[in-house]
Design a protein around this ligand. Structure first.
Ligand code: FES
Ligand code: FES
Length: 162
């Protein structure tokens, strides 16, 4: 079976078992290894990508389920050399340790707060509920998200983008 979909803005196709998990196509066929395959059971969130703008765990998605849809991975989230504000915030706060969880976390949070900054810690925590980090204390990640997205909002307001 052949499946056509959009991957990071480009047409993409896969011919093979329609039940192949999307995460395997991304990593093994497209070499987009920013998307991590850790638990492969929907528990850790490391494999999170956007499908039609929504955060989804790619280990749980058979490739056939994304036919005709838009898939965005961490590699396509921001242009080369211009990292997403969440990536900037995490680096500035020095919260990334082994790094396995962060691509998925960025994809979940960037979908949740695409159009607005979070207003509370609880809102940030709710948005990262499906993303497990075994290294970093979650509170420092929440601090970085709040600071980073608030700074981005302020600069967008100053420049008249919002
Ligand atoms: S690898 Fe998909 S949720 Fe853990
Ligand atoms: S930094 Fe290691 S799992 Fe999050």
């Amino acid at each position: 079976m052949s499946v056509r979909f959009e991957l990071n803005g480009e047409p993409c196709g896969f011919a093979g078992d329609p039940l192949t998990p999307l995460v395997d196509i991304l990593r093994r066929e497209r070499f987009l290894t920013g998307t991590k395959a850790v638990c492969r059971e929907g528990f850790c969130g490391a494999c999170t990508v956007h499908v039609d703008g929504e955060a989804r765990m790619s280990c749980l998605l058979p490739i056939a389920s994304v036919a005709g849809r838009r898939v965005l991975t961490i590699e396509g989230l921001a242009p080369p050399g211009a990292p997403h504000p969440l990536q900037v915030a995490f680096e500035a706060a020095d919260v990334v340790q082994c790094g396995m969880c962060f691509p998925g976390m960025v994809m979940s949070l960037s979908a949740a707060f695409r159009d607005r900054a979070p207003e509370s810690r609880a809102e940030v925590k709710a948005a990262m509920t499906g993303n497990i980090c075994r290294c970093t204390g979650y509170e420092r990640i929440v601090d970085a998200v709040l600071a980073g997205l608030a700074a981005e909002r302020a600069s967008a307001t100053e420049s008249g983008d919002v």
